[in-house]
Ligand binder design. Structure first.
Ligand SMILES: [Zn+2]
Length: 171
């Protein structure tokens, strides 16, 4: 594999266009006479190592070359692959969406940022939070009888455990 870049320059030698190729085969299939300007082991990279606001594609076969993306570029890829607007359902777009997802898998991995704790820590924190909440929750404080109070306590406990599951992951 490898990525091949050919930079087109104007008469003053300034870069005016970049063509990417996803492999040596695609470079030779392009029938270019000149050698590539640069080659990369994996993924493309603009000169100076710049990240790009959009993915680049092989000029021969259309496969994404895996160039590094800015946050803006990652947002673009996410929205394109997930097809949030329902605009990319034709065969070519579907193929491209599949290829982009394979090329940038981390964009689609939901990140679990919950704090990892032990089960006994979870229970201790839950007990504390339930105690605090019982002391100020009107459903418990203003309960008219023991039965209502027990019901309020179990509701509050369930609510606290549910919210803690978004915050903590038990290991
Ligand atoms: Zn290619």
């Amino acid at each position: 594999m490898g990525t091949y870049l050919r930079t087109e320059t104007d008469s003053r030698g300034d870069a005016v266009d970049y063509s990417w190729y996803c492999s040596e085969v695609c470079y030779s299939d392009s029938l270019r006479k000149e050698p590539p300007t640069e080659t990369f082991e994996r993924g493309g990279r603009y000169p100076c190592g710049a990240e790009s606001d959009s993915p680049d594609y092989c000029a021969t076969c259309g496969a994404p070359v895996g160039n590094p993306l800015t946050d803006e570029g990652e947002r673009y890829v996410r929205e394109y692959v997930l097809d949030v607007d329902g605009a990319y359902r034709d065969a070519e777009s579907v193929t491209r969406r599949t290829a982009l997802k394979a090329e940038y898998p981390w964009i689609f991995e939901a990140q679990d940022t919950r704090r990892v704790i032990t089960e006994s820590e979870f229970e201790r924190i839950a007990d504390n939070r339930v105690m605090i909440q019982l002391s100020r929750d009107p459903r418990y404080r203003n309960a008219e009888n023991a039965e209502d109070q027990a019901q309020a306590e179990s509701d509050i406990e369930a609510e606290i455990v549910a919210s803690m599951e978004n915050e903590f992951k038990v290991r």
